[in-house]
Ligand binder design. Structure first.
Ligand SMILES: [Zn+2]
Length: 358
């Protein structure tokens, strides 16, 4: 079956197992492929990139990730067979996010063949699923770019921002006693219910709204024995933040609420800040023009957008989020081809808006 080059690349990449930390082979496959198609790839650790630099003026970064999570035990086929059956390409990472990597490569080929007059930087990176040596490390050492399009399977939604992430653990202390004489102690688990109620203010957790902050208690530990009033209870919180209700405000809310009940707060992570590209930016407008869609959303979880948020940036890619990290992952070939066209159209529309005036 004759393949479009980007489908050929996708199949080669899917056939290379690249669980985070093991992307070196996929990087080499990508570099060889890029070289074969006339680009000059550079390998930096487990990342690879090439430039299409035509002129003075800004550069658009197209980036997505080569790494995958581990295969779940419920796969019914070889996760790395890369088989094409009808219009599906099967395999771990086909959807998240090698489909985006391949589509971005396809866009670069299309743009070059069309004589694209602007500047592109195309990068396939590692460690997106875990953080580490990928965009987290190279976002500020890559050749200069002025806007960034991150590929993740969100069915071409224009996600012009991402919520931040605050993880904390709260320790409640009580007083141990025999459960038959609870008045002699102070039950730390019972106190935690009051704490949780106070944490869940009406401002948070508006269902079905990705633009609002959320706070969820995701782990609870406490007690030692069925007949002992527990003197300790720990709850773990996963909080997603927004520019309006940012990490600092979330931490203040947690600290104030916990302190009122004499509980101690341990901050596990707060480095992912919320980010947002304004709707007036050339990149968002280019994406709207290229997709003929006005609707702009945010990316629901944490991805590499965070590392490039110092420039106008958004997340968009072929594939469906529900297929990611699932057994029997696949992507539809028409989705990838549409991805290549869409990325190319966005680059064109972006360049029309930002090119230097002569
Ligand atoms: Zn991903």
């Amino acid at each position: 079956m004759p393949h479009d080059p980007c489908i050929d690349l996708l199949q080669r990449l899917v056939r290379s197992p690249s669980i985070s930390g093991n992307e070196a082979e996929a990087v080499q496959i990508y570099a060889d492929f890029a070289q074969h198609h006339g680009f000059t790839p550079h390998i930096d650790g487990r990342n690879v990139y090439f430039l299409w630099h035509q002129t003075e003026g800004p550069t658009l970064l197209l980036n997505s990730h080569l790494d995958t999570v581990r295969a779940s035990t419920t796969w019914t086929r070889d996760p790395w067979d890369g088989a094409i059956e009808e219009d599906r390409l099967h395999g771990l990472g086909a959807n998240d996010a090698k489909g985006s990597v391949a589509a971005q490569f396809g866009a670069a080929l299309t743009l070059r063949d069309q004589g694209f007059p602007g500047n592109l930087l195309v990068c396939a990176s590692c460690d997106e699923e875990t953080g580490g040596e990928g965009m987290e490390r190279i976002a500020h050492t890559l050749p200069t770019y002025h806007a960034a399009l991150i590929g993740e399977p969100n069915n071409f939604a224009i996600a012009a921002g991402q919520r931040g992430l605050v993880k904390t653990r709260i320790h409640l202390s009580g007083q141990r006693a025999h459960a038959s004489r609870p008045w002699q102690g102070r039950n730390a688990i019972h106190q935690s219910t009051q704490l949780i109620e106070n944490l869940l203010t009406p401002d948070l957790n508006i269902p079905g709204d990705l633009t609002k902050a959320t706070l969820q208690v995701t782990l609870i530990e406490g007690g030692t024995q069925s007949n002992v009033v527990p003197d300790h209870c720990t709850i773990t919180l996963d909080c997603r933040t927004t520019p309006e209700f940012n990490n600092e405000r979330m931490l203040e809310h947690i600290h104030n609420t916990a302190t009122a009940l004499n509980a101690r707060v341990e901050v596990i992570s707060q480095r992912f800040k919320p980010c947002q590209t304004p709707p007036t930016s050339a990149l968002v407008q280019a994406a709207q023009a290229a997709t003929m869609s006005q609707s702009v959303t945010v990316f629901p979880s944490v991805c590499d957008l965070f590392w490039v948020a110092h420039v106008p940036s958004l997340v968009m890619g072929p594939g469906q989020p529900e297929r990611s990290h699932q057994a029997d992952e696949f992507i539809l070939i028409p989705e990838v081809l549409r991805g290549a066209q869409t990325y190319a159209a966005i680059a064109q529309a972006w360049w029309e808006r930002v090119q230097p005036t002569p």
